[in-house]
Design a protein around this ligand. Structure first.
Ligand code: HEM
Length: 559
């Protein structure tokens, strides 16, 4: 039957030609119809904060680099001010670059600024059923997970983890003494081993241990898949979610990550369960979680994932920060000497620092604050989503707007900090609680009440996020950072590889966040050349002796 277009005088060949053209026209019309809502949605909303002009459909995505966008946003503050409004396709995005706005919005108005944006790959393909506390939307599911997680972070639980953190830091010194060239892996091992022991009661003896390896492998693949460009923009242009798996390699990758992640998390949980069945308990967090499963309202799946995700959240965040610290020492050798004076004053050469010493080590504390400021590990912030329309400083933020607290800009603000690009722990001394320029954070009596209140609520670091989603593991991470910083500077001299005694010459490492750091979601230095030597034979002997003394402790944990 001829195609009824153009009358009966048309030949059959013309009809055959018209058929595909009309199909094409219909397809193009359907595509245009499908895209119209996206073109419409990529326009800037009314009274939105200033920002670059968006393009149809993609909005400002053409301007956003695949990683380290936080430095670009910081740069843009000169043009647009501290609150920047952007369009990521149809999504409204606001970047907050000043701590005061983070405090006013994410913190004070936390009841509406605490959800997470849709993340199809993380929430629907990899960690289904709201099992991932970091990605879960604000609501009952997240609240149950958060409440259960808090069990690990009560003062009593945190105190019970301190001996593990100290023991693992002692092993890290021993590992670095034996194999200084593998310093990077030894530090990565430390953070995973602490969570393996405190959460699962299991041992992460070496970076090559199967569980440590499996964690970093799955974690790296997971974060790589979430990087912009690794998959089509399925959260903005949602019909792309329906691409069949045979045409979507990213779906296959997600499936494989899910398979390997589940295998690891269930293997760990089963290991803990088997040990409990044999009547052996280490007091780890999973034991409590399994005992209280009914009370916590967590099923097997959510219990397993909570443990696994604590390991994810606590591993490369803390290790990347410690690695940045070593890099910083190469930029500022004076800070190393000052830190060594601090620990020597308290410990001498007979023993390395312990948890009990930390309150007497102000320079070590200053080093921790400074490294969190200089190289905040989640520098661009973890996105928060607004759940109802809000107004602020004359702007209107529609419900669903995504907020980033740009920690990089907050902590590199030249109005707040002297020479923000320099690693200088001294800025935190002399009672300077925020490491800021003189007097800038002082609460003045003649200041308005609201301003006074704001200054009183200021956080030392915004590197832990803000509001109801603030990092649950902050206290645990701080203890890890301080004990490792204290022990490492006590035991070793860190210098530029190939340099003379005054650290002149040699292979200068690249400290630039742009070029010396890996791409990706977390700010982690690339492996850098560093010469690590024990400060003396005596220091080396103490490191060996202290490690030997802890053998029994390590053996109490399952391999
Ligand atoms: C230097 C180390 C660490 C840094 C800088 C860090 C930073 C952060 C940041 C920025 C967030 C997002 C906060 C927000 O959305 O406002 C976060 C969330 C979280 N962190 Fe950490 N973190 C660290 C270590 C840890 C450790 C050791 C643990 C646990 C063992 C942990 C557990 C969590 C959890 C469970 C969340 C999810 C909170 C939620 O969405 O409700 N973190 N962390």
């Amino acid at each position: 039957m001829p195609f009824p277009l153009g009358g009966n005088q048309m030949s059959w060949t013309t009809n055959l030609w018209i058929l595909p053209v009309s199909l094409l026209v219909a397809a193009v019309a359907a595509l245009i119809a499908a895209l119209v809502p996206y073109v419409w949605a990529s326009r800037r909303p009314k009274s939105f904060p200033p920002g670059p002009k968006p393009l149809p459909i993609i909005g400002n995505l053409n301007l956003i680099p695949p990683s380290k966008a936080f430095t670009l946003f910081h740069e843009w503050t000169k043009q647009y001010g501290p609150i920047i409004g952007l369009k990521f396709g149809p999504a409204n995005v606001v970047v907050l670059n000043h701590w005061k706005d983070v405090q006013e919005l994410l913190e004070k108005r936390g009841h509406i600024y605490s959800s997470r944006p849709a993340n199809y790959i993380a929430n629907e393909l990899i960690c289904k059923n709201e099992t991932h506390i970091l990605f879960a939307p604000y609501g009952d599911g997240w609240k149950v997970l958060r409440r259960a997680a808090q069990g690990l972070f009560t003062p009593a639980s945190l105190a019970s983890v301190l001996p593990i953190q100290e023991a693992e830091a002692t092993q890290t010194l021993y590992d670095i003494l034996r194999e200084p060239a593998r310093y990077y892996e030894h530090i990565q091992r430390y953070t995973t081993a602490v969570i393996l022991a405190s959460v699962f009661g299991q041992r992460g003896e070496d970076f090559n241990s199967p569980n440590v390896q499996a964690l970093y492998d799955v974690q790296n693949r997971f974060t790589a898949l979430l990087e912009p460009g690794a998959a089509p923009p399925v959260d903005g242009i949602t019909f792309l979610q329906h691409i069949p798996e045979s045409l979507a390699p990213w779906k296959r990758r997600a499936k494989e990550i899910r398979r390997d992640q589940r295998a690891l998390y269930f293997r760990l949980l089963n290991g803990t369960k088997e040990r409990m069945q044999r009547g052996v308990r280490t007091g780890c967090f999973m034991e409590k979680l399994l005992d209280d499963q009914a009370k916590n309202g967590l099923d097997e799946e959510h219990t397993t994932y909570l443990g696994g995700i604590l390991m994810e959240a606590g591993s490369d965040t803390t290790s990347s920060t410690l690695l940045s610290f070593l890099l910083a020492l190469l930029q500022n050798p004076l800070a190393l000497r000052r830190a060594q004076e601090d620990v020597d004053r308290v410990c001498g050469v007979e023993r390395s620092p312990t948890m009990n010493d930390l309150d007497d080590l102000p320079y070590i504390e200053a080093c921790m604050h400074e490294i969190l400021r200089w190289r905040p590990v989640a520098a661009g912030g973890i996105p928060h989503m607004l759940t109802q329309t809000d107004t602020y400083k004359g702007y209107i933020f529609p419900a669903g707007t995504i907020f980033f607290a740009n920690t990089w800009a907050i902590h590199h603000d030249e109005d707040e900090y002297d020479e923000p690009a320099a690693f200088n722990p001294d800025r935190w001394l002399g009672g300077n609680k925020f490491g800021t320029k003189e007097n800038i954070s002082t609460v003045l009596p003649n200041e308005g009440k609201q301003q006074q209140q704001l200054l009183q609520q200021r956080k030392t670091s915004y590197g832990w996020g803000a509001g109801r989603r603030i990092c649950s593991g902050q206290k645990m991470a701080e203890a890890s950072l301080k004990i490792n910083i204290a022990k490492m500077v006590w035991a070793f001299d860190f210098a530029i590889e190939g340099a003379d005694a005054d650290a002149r010459g040699g292979r200068r490492p690249d400290v630039s966040v742009e070029t010396g750091y890996q791409g990706g979601f977390l700010v982690c230095p690339k492996k850098f050349p560093v010469r690590i030597r024990p400060r003396s034979d005596k220091h080396a002997a103490v490191v060996r002796r202290e490690w030997e003394g802890l053998r029994g402790f390590y053996e109490s944990l399952a391999a």
